[in-house]
Design a protein. Sequence first.
Length: 209
Amino acid sequence: MAIQIFDCEQNSPEWYAARAGIPTASMFATVMASGRGGGPSLTRAKYMRELVGERITGEVEEGYTNAHMERGKERETEARDLYAFLHDEPLTQVGFIRNGDKGYSPDSLAGTKGLVEVKTTLSHIQIDILLKDQVPPEHMAQCQGGLWVAEREWLDLVIYRPKLPLFVKRVYRDEAYIATMAKAVRLFNEELAEMEAAIRKLFGERVAA
């Protein structure tokens, strides 16, 4: 299936509409999660219910935000501008990439082969990341997921805290990891479709068409 690129502002109505009802790379870690002792994951089940709700109502419930999160968005712009200044790579901002039944919101496309994913953090976390000099494991699913959805070769993970050195680490496709992720997303989407069908059958005309 051909990739669809939506040239819209992230967090705009068009952006929410483009991603409604499908798992996205920022949540692939949740899709792949299992609960204690290998049992069902409560966060995975909750995410599935949220997507079923989006499919049936056609509406996306906007997430919680606060002053700290808004400041983080501003710093993401600073980080992207700093990255662009330091790296000779043309950047293109897009709102959302959809590839079949999965999606990804890149912070930037880089040339024809790359992506840029920007995170902002606190000072003590940034120092720890700089000392370890490796991709934090909590970001791996999103990075590999972005490469998978966008069908790109590499992704630069940029982590930023003002007045501290910028962390940049290039991530290449890990095909074994992507294969495991693809299986998890496929199973998730199958369960998602079954749950949607069950709700529509159970409540019939009371469910939006």
